[in-house]
Design a protein around this ligand. Structure first.
Ligand SMILES: Cc1cc2nc3c(=O)[nH]c(=O)nc-3n(C[C@H](O)[C@H](O)[C@H](O)COP(=O)(O)OP(=O)(O)OC[C@H]3O[C@@H](n4cnc5c(N)ncnc54)[C@H](O)[C@@H]3O)c2cc1C
Length: 374
């Protein structure tokens, strides 16, 4: 009889699949369940692009995690033989001087002190190098060559195929309804049609649907809709590097950021702002004023009360781990997330895990680069 420890993971987004791949490589027999198809059309991880940056104000932990993850993106690019991660750089534009105390200045100082070769901008440099931007308005900022964007849905497909190749059993068509608990220990998942997957450990990574499986988390996280806008310029090459790069424009004060034209000529922009509270199953409709003049849709952040993830053991149920709470900024960390989740499962020390531990709700706050609203 096999003594291989078993794990079932609920959710085939980036949290669930990165955990599955890492745990399988550590010797577990892993099953991932998801309503499917994978990538799921409503999953937050499923889109054309996501920003990848290590610019996090003075938040060294996220900055370090971002730098570590970027190393991982390069490894995955090599495995795949073509990029999932496009290191076009990250352009930080500001309409005000980079004064001490601003998030952008904190990022600039922290990253420069760490040895990253950031290039400071002014109106003249912006006018010459990035001519589509209004250089009279954006008078300051910097360019960070270590950053860019990732192909989001493709990353899910890549992780799913790598997982299957490594021996993970992915069961699409299984919508977990309850976590099975016996004598205070999680022993598996039961689906809405009554079928069960039993395992020694359970990881719940179901994005905005997570609190349905672990209701104790309802107070800690909520689905928040954010509108995505997709434009198709007639001359897409004008919106490509080196003249048009992944950007954030006064992002902590406006929320606006966006991407160069992708291979299909689509230029995407979005707002990393307050968003609007919704139900996890609400239609992914964009805000009405945006629908009028562009192709657009909504995607839901799983917003925690403090913007930090929950990658942690359940405080009362043995063998139950949660890995979620992306809060609109987890995608970039995908190559590092699986290791954190696996360390939490195994009870191994991990320098990032304390920040993502189970914690009660406190005073509401958000990730530093996010626009908090007026
Ligand atoms: C509009 C938007 C823009 C973003 N921009 C960025 C960005 O630029 N940079 C960045 O780093 N991050 C960004 N993020 C954040 C990032 O995309 C998310 O944090 C991340 O994708 C969340 O992954 P997840 O695995 O938690 O959730 P999901 O991708 O939603 O995956 C959850 C999975 O669980 C499955 N599931 C649901 N219910 C069940 C069930 N009952 N049983 C089993 N499985 C279930 C779903 O089908 C789904 O496949 C953005 C997010 C959004 C919404």
């Amino acid at each position: 009889m096999s003594t291989q420890p078993t794990i079932v993971v609920a959710g085939a987004g980036i949290f669930g699949l990165s955990a599955a791949l890492e745990l399988q490589s550590r010797g577990y027999a892993v099953t991932v369940v998801d309503p499917g198809p994978v990538p799921h059309p409503l999953a937050a991880s499923n889109d054309v692009s996501r920003m990848i940056r290590m610019d996090y104000g003075d938040d060294k932990l996220y900055s370090d995690l971002g730098a570590e993850a970027i190393e991982g993106w390069h490894v995955w690019n090599e495995w795949r033989g073509r990029p999932l991660y496009h290191e076009d750089g990250f352009l930080v534009l500001t309409s005000r001087p980079l004064e001490p105390g601003t998030v952008e200045r904190q990022s600039y100082d922290l990253l420069t002190a760490a040895g990253w070769p950031l290039e400071r901008l002014n109106s003249e440099i912006t006018a010459e190098r990035f001519p589509l931007w209004n250089s009279e308005h954006y008078t300051d900022g910097y360019f960070n060559p270590r950053g860019g964007w990732g192909e989001a849905g493709e990353t899910v497909s890549f992780l799913a195929s790598q997982s299957v190749a490594a021996g993970v059993d992915i069961r699409a068509g299984f919508s977990a309804e309850i976590v099975l608990v016996e004598s205070g220990r999680a022993v598996g998942l039961r689906s809405s049609d009554g079928s069960e997957v039993r395992a020694d450990n359970v990881v719940v990574a179901a994005g905005v649907w997570t609190p349905r499986l672990i209701p104790e988390l309802e107070d800690m996280m909520s689905p928040v809709a954010q509108t995505l806008v997709y434009l198709r310029p007639t001359l897409p090459d004008r919106f490509r590097p080196p003249h048009f790069l992944p950007w954030g424009a006064d992002i902590p004060r406006t929320g606006w950021y966006g991407f160069p034209a992708n291979a299909d000529g689509v230029v995407k922009l979005a707002n990393h702002g307050p968003g609007r509270l919704v139900d996890a199953d609400a239609p992914r409709d964009a805000d009405p004023e945006v629908v009028e003049y562009s192709r657009s849709r909504a995607c839901f952040y799983n917003d925690t009360w403090d913007g930090d993830f929950y990658i942690t053991r359940h405080p009362e149920i043995e063998g139950l781990v949660v890995s979620t709470g992306g809060s609109g900024h987890a995608f970039k960390f995908t190559p590092a997330l699986g290791g954190i989740t696996a360390d939490v499962v195994e009870g191994e020390p991990n320098r990032y895990a304390a920040r993502f531990a189970w914690r009660p709700r406190g005073a509401v706050t958000k990730e530093s680069t996010r626009y908090h609203g007026e």
